[in-house]
Each structure stands twice: as structure tokens, then as C-alpha cells.
Design a binder for this molecule. Structure first.
Ligand code: SF4
Length: 126
């Protein structure tokens, strides 16, 4: 727990140095930039395993609930976030039940982040 808090505090300092704000303080455009920068820096997320059952889905949500709004990098990893559609069916945020099209926002409470229509994460649902 102490380690988690330290890691979270370090991440906040880095965000603050780079963007002048932490993710919890950032506006829509800045959050988008933070997300895109993580991927430009080579971030790999847990795209697999895709949660096949409600139990597996709930487990990912449980993990996300332990993270604060400032744990942006960890949230992206755990949710299997991608900046492109996924799979043969080209699943993407645009068709996900949690996506607020007009706000360009993921309304899943455990994520609560801006998202582009062509992005995706493994919590995708219709
Ligand atoms: S849950 Fe995932 S796929 Fe659905 S809107 Fe949010 S980020 Fe996009």
C-alpha cells in the first residue's frame, strides 16, 4: 500500500512537471494529450485476456477501483486501452454502451476519461 501511494505520488509529480496539472486536475484536451503521450512513449496495456465472463469483467473493475484519478497510466494498462479499434470486428468506443458520443467521453465510472471514437479498451460492451 505504501509503495502504491509512493508510485502514485511520483506519477503525480511527473504529470505536474510535464503538464502543469495532475490527471485529476486536467481538462479534456490535456487528458487526451496525457493519454496519447503515454502511447507515444511506448506504453503497452493488458489488451489480453479479454474478459469473457461477468466475473472476469468485475475483477478488472475491482482493480480499477483501487486506483485514483491520478493513476492514469495504471488505469490505461489495466483496462487494456488502445488508440485504435480492436479485433476482426473492429470494436471501438464509438459503439460501446459507456461511450458518450457528444462529449467524446468514456462514462464507465471506473475509467471516467476522454476517449476518441476509434479507440477501444477490453471493458468494451454493447
Ligand atoms: S469502456 Fe472502453 S471501449 Fe467502452 S467507451 Fe470506455 S474506453 Fe471505450
Amino acid at each position: 500500500m505504501a509503495d502504491q501511494q509512493t508510485a502514485s505520488a511520483e506519477a503525480q509529480v511527473n504529470y505536474k512537471e510535464k503538464y502543469g496539472v495532475t490527471p485529476s486536475q486536467a481538462d479534456h484536451a490535456t487528458l487526451l494529450r496525457m493519454i496519447e503521450d503515454h502511447f507515444q512513449e511506448g506504453l503497452k496495456t493488458l489488451v489480453e485476456p479479454f474478459p469473457e465472463t461477468d466475473r472476469e469483467f468485475a475483477k478488472i473493475l475491482d482493480n480499477l477501483r483501487t486506483m485514483s484519478a491520478d493513476d492514469l497510466r495504471k488505469k490505461l494498462i489495466e483496462s487494456g486501452w488502445l488508440l485504435e479499434p480492436y479485433g476482426e470486428d473492429e470494436m471501438r468506443c464509438q459503439e460501446c454502451m459507456y461511450y458518450l458520443v457528444h462529449r467524446r467521453w468514456c462514462d464507465l465510472p471506473e475509467l471516467n476519461l476522454p476517449a476518441e471514437p476509434d479507440w477501444w479498451c477490453r471493458l468494451w460492451r454493447i
